[in-house]
Design a protein around this ligand. Sequence first.
Ligand SMILES: [Zn+2]
Length: 295
Amino acid sequence: MVRKIVLFVFVCSVCMLSSCVSKETKVAGGVPYGDHKIEPKENSIPDARFPADTTWKSEYLLEIKGESPFLAKESVISMQKWRDEIIEFSKTQEKVFINGPNNKQVALTFDDGPDSTVTSAVIGVLDQYGVKGNFFFVGSEAEKHPEVVKEAYEKGHLVLSHSYHHVQLDKLGETEIQNEIEQAGDVLESIIGKKPAFLRTPYGSTNELVADVAKEKKYSIILWSIDSLDWAQKSPDVIYSNVISNIRNGDIILMHTDSDEYDTYEILPRVIEELKKKGFEIVDLETMLGISPNQ
Ligand SMILES: [Zn+2]
């Protein structure tokens, strides 16, 4: 059901195929962030690459990559439109992230779980490679599979919010948006004892009201700079090439772990091996962004 809506809402572009754009977009004259500073984590090891604040955001903004031969033309156009708009929107929002800083680090993110099979299988692969993942769980699904949420958390992966009902938040009023965010946060907190501070809006649907409510609820909105398009096809090779042929410093990679995503699980070892071979450190979003993932 989720997939059908996504196919309709946005999909990538012929424009991408003709590559009318450069590999990355530098934002000239970025938005001033005032004196906002992110404090380093307690006991964190000093690391020159570890960003002390988010001022890098105004200087390093990636284009969103990933395409699929399986998408209808209208979907491709619609998705490109969303990509262009969200990039512009993120420039005006201190707490909306498309990608991380310009370090040789990337983050693997997994939406739409937990489920009874794929999420645990993906956790198993990540553990096997000693890699931390970022799971944006749907609140209503977390209620059905709390043991999987717990497993992700206990194995050291980030347990994050993907709203409660997986609905387009930008179609809702303020109170409904608050409820979606609060309910999901409460469910995850009841399972792992911590409330998340990172939200991925379903379908990436984000507007000013959504961003304002998220901020008020102490969430950063984390989107993505590479869409593996695993939701749009049953082709491990396309998932692989979307990631590997587009990979750049600071990429946040979108994948899924609902019960349909066996292909994601199947291709994940090759993706991890190749990223490592290319010299990328695969990190969690806390490490990448220098922001605490919990409240
Ligand atoms: Zn989703």
